[in-house]
Design a protein around this ligand. Structure first.
Ligand SMILES: Nc1nc2c(ncn2[C@@H]2O[C@H](COP(=O)(O)OP(=O)(O)O)[C@@H](O)[C@H]2O)c(=O)[nH]1
Ligand SMILES: [Mg+2]
Length: 425
């Protein structure tokens, strides 16, 4: 239920359907008040607003109609019944409007993905990142890569034609290598941002770990500001992985509580919990390693991820010992929590730095760009005697870039060859 519901039609029959509900149609892109009537019974369905967007300058690239209706289920159902009875109309599949927009060249794959992210965005900085993609910011960067690549390829293809003139080929290959290196540097720069960008899109993964009974679950509850995890004096209480979603200054965070790690246990379920902890630690962006006065210090797992050291239960040990890198806190009294929170926030923000304007934000983007860079390196390594091998590697790279935007266009490559290098033929 909502104040207003919008039903959208797209495709060849859209205007016809609008006409059969309202009689006369308003001018394109002008909102007009209309009474909508059932085409067979002429019974009034609703009193609302009608908008027409003629293709190809519409969202989908086809004729699009919007009915702005009162938002009740009964009104929507009556309208959908009336529309469903018309030949050539059916309910859209999920995402079908955007799929058509993509197919009709209204947006590329990067922008369509950005739009999907925009619909899912939970935090302010996720919104900015998604919007950057949806508005074509990333597409523009990739379009630049594609243009360069196509132009370099054109140059190499021409060298293939003159392969018997050794000095022409050699000069071309030298110049091409310079331009390839430049492009490789730019792509690697984008790859260097990709992990931070993915952290913003998916959430920075923070894992609380340490020996049993040191207060990990208590800290999780304090950070989450609710009792998400069970706290008890019995070691081994947390057996499964518990996740809570949080936000630090617009960056989403997935905070994970884990079963405490100790050397040996008789308990089968606790052991399975500890195995899971190991897997969570491998996937973490930031690990909060918690200890407490007198807690066993090991076994400390090998960690690739960044670690924040916490000694909890400072209330039990009032001597002001220096603990090196560790923050002393007390989940019970709240002592040291503000400083800990600030340190954690600083790590989170660092993990998502500059992520709003990053070009590559999904693992799909990263994998394809890595493959593209490999193909560029392969092309660059070819000796000047074999421009045809270089051209082959560059075509593979161009194909990769095409996979990013969803536009794999051979004509493009041919165009560039004929435009720049057709000599008197
Ligand atoms: N004195 C004191 N006890 C704490 C503190 N934090 C947690 N505890 C207690 O330590 C026990 C274990 O806490 P829990 O959060 O379940 O630890 P976990 O096993 O690491 O998840 C519980 O009885 C808590 O009430 C603290 O800062 N000071
Ligand atoms: Mg616990």
């Amino acid at each position: 239920m909502a104040g207003i519901a919008i039903i959208r039609l797209s495709g060849r029959g859209a205007f016809m359907a609008a006409r059969s509900l309202t009689g006369d149609l308003p001018a394109p892109r002008h909102a007009a008040r209309r009474v909508f009537r059932h085409p067979l019974t002429q019974g009034v369905l609703d009193d609302g607003v009608l908008l027409l967007f003629p293709g190809p300058k519409s969202y989908t690239g086809e004729d699009v109609v919007e009915f702005h209706l009162h938002g009740s289920l009964a009104v929507i159902r009556a309208m959908l019944d009336a529309l469903g009875g018309m030949a050539g109309l059916r309910l859209a599949e999920p995402g079908e409007f955007t799929r058509r927009a993509f197919r009709n060249g209204r947006m590329d794959l990067m922008a369509a993905e950005g739009l999907g992210d925009l619909i899912q965005a939970r935090t302010e900085r996720q919104r900015q990142q998604a919007l950057h993609h949806a508005l074509g910011g990333a597409s523009q960067v990739i379009e630049g890569w594609r243009r360069d690549l196509v132009s370099i390829l054109g140059r190499v293809e021409a060298a293939v034609d003159f392969a018997d003139e050794a000095d022409v080929a050699e000069q071309t290959v030298d110049e091409v290598r310079r331009r390839l290196d430049d492009l490789t540097v730019r792509m690697r720069g984008a790859l260097a941002e990709a992990n931070r960008a993915a952290s913003l899109r998916e959430g920075v993964k923070i894992v609380l770990a340490g020996p049993p009974n040191v207060g990990k679950s208590s800290l999780l509850n304090l950070l989450a500001k609710r009792d998400a995890a069970i706290v008890s004096a019995i070691p081994g209480t947390t057996r499964d992985v518990i996740e809570v979603m949080m936000e630090f200054s617009g960056v989403p965070v997935i905070l994970t509580d884990t079963a405490g790690l100790r050397g040996a246990t008789e308990d089968e379920i606790e052991r399975i919990g500890m195995d899971r902890t190991g897997r969570e630690l491998q996937a973490a962006d930031v690990v909060i390693w918690v200890s407490a006065p007198g807690s066993p210090s090991g076994p400390l797992p090998e960690l690739d991820s960044e670690t924040l050291w916490i000694e909890n239960k400072s209330d039990l040990d009032p001597t002001d010992r220096s603990l090196g890198m560790a923050h002393r806190v007390s989940a019970r009294t709240g002592a040291g929590m503000a400083e800990f929170f600030t340190a954690l926030e600083e790590r989170v923000l660092r993990h998502a730095a500059h992520a709003e304007s990053a070009t590559l934000i999904r693992s799909r983007h990263k994998q394809i760009t890595q493959s593209c860079v490999e193909n560029l390196l392969r092309a660059s390594a070819v000796s000047a005697d074999h421009p045809e091998l270089m051209a082959e590697a560059l075509r593979a790279a161009a194909h990769d870039v095409g996979r990013l935007t969803g536009r794999i266009d051979v004509e493009d490559i041919l165009d560039s060859i004929f435009r720049e290098f057709c000599i008197g033929k």
